[in-house]
Design a protein around this ligand. Structure first.
Ligand code: ADP
Length: 261
């Protein structure tokens, strides 16, 4: 189980995230939402151990992640970053194979099993046909699928994602969100994903974590968090929330004629 315990974390020794307390179970999809600059990326990076903790800690099964060796941590947590600085000269298949790095022996070579895992991961994101292309020569949306495949190849129980649907068209956004849900339900992954779109959040989240200015404003089921009063005050915009007939989720829309305050 992944926990943040009274976590304070930020940049240049100044806490931005304040007093974060969460517990996330295997098989759960947690969607992190919040206005720009509310701390979504900082939270994802802190849970991955990429940002120095100022006090409190992040633990997996009660072991603090900052006490783990990088290689051990990489067997537990994979990250799908927001935008990639992927080296463009590697092929898609090589890039996905890098997900196997924590498992390589001292010679650092991937074996036939690693290769199979990389190929299977590409299949899961519907990108096998890209395997021989150079990463620098595919679109931003294709790169995003490759990043997800790399994380799948890492075979970690916890997957962290930072706005992974940003560069995807509608078709692949829906595919991507369905795959996230599948990874949680079928593979029992713990998934924490930052998303901009509240309707996407509602469609896949078991629980939604709403941040504002580095603090948790609400953490609960979509019904508990996507309330007109909570969303309107956090986003400074009057919104209307309508349950969707027979579908999981809600439709969150600015109220007719409402202007940012
Ligand atoms: P979000 O993902 O919700 O847009 P971020 O986590 O990116 O928010 O940013 C939260 C705050 O941390 C912002 O005030 C931002 O300016 C600041 N911040 C983000 N990255 C850095 C950094 N590398 N150095 C210093 N401050 C940063």
């Amino acid at each position: 189980m992944l926990k943040a315990n009274s976590l304070f974390a930020g940049y240049k020794k100044k806490p931005f995230l304040k007093n974060i307390n969460i517990q996330v179970n295997p098989g759960e999809v947690i969607v992190v939402i919040g206005p720009n600059g509310s701390g979504k990326t900082t939270l994802v990076r802190s849970l991955a151990g990429d940002i120095t903790t100022l006090s409190g800690n992040v633990t997996i099964n009660d072991v603090p992640i900052n006490k783990m060796k990088a290689r051990d941590r990489a067997k537990l947590i994979s990250v799908v970053p927001q935008s990639s600085s992927l080296p463009g000269s590697f092929t898609v298949e090589e890039t996905v194979s890098f997900g196997r790095t924590p498992y390589l022996n001292i010679f650092g070579r991937i074996n036939a099993e690693d290769e199979q895992i990389a190929i299977h991961s590409l299949e899961r994101v519907n990108a096998l046909e890209l395997r021989d292309r150079k990463v620098g020569e595919i679109s931003g949306g294709e790169q995003q699928r490759v990043l997800l495949a790399r994380a799948i190849a890492q075979q970690t129980p916890i997957m962290l994602m930072d706005e992974p649907t940003t560069y995807l068209d509608l078709h692949y956004q829906v595919n991507f969100l369905n795959l996230i849900k599948k990874l949680a339900i079928e593979d029992k992954k713990t998934i924490i994903v930052a998303l901009h779109d509240l309707n996407q959040a509602a469609s896949i989240a078991d629980r939604i974590l709403l941040l504002s200015e580095g603090q948790i404003i609400a953490f609960g089921s979509p019904r508990e968090v996507l309330r007109e009063d909570i969303i309107s005050s956090t986003y400074n915009l009057k919104v209307k929330v309508s349950p969707m007939d027979g579908e999981p989720g809600f439709l969150v829309m600015p109220e007719n004629g409402s202007q940012p305050r």
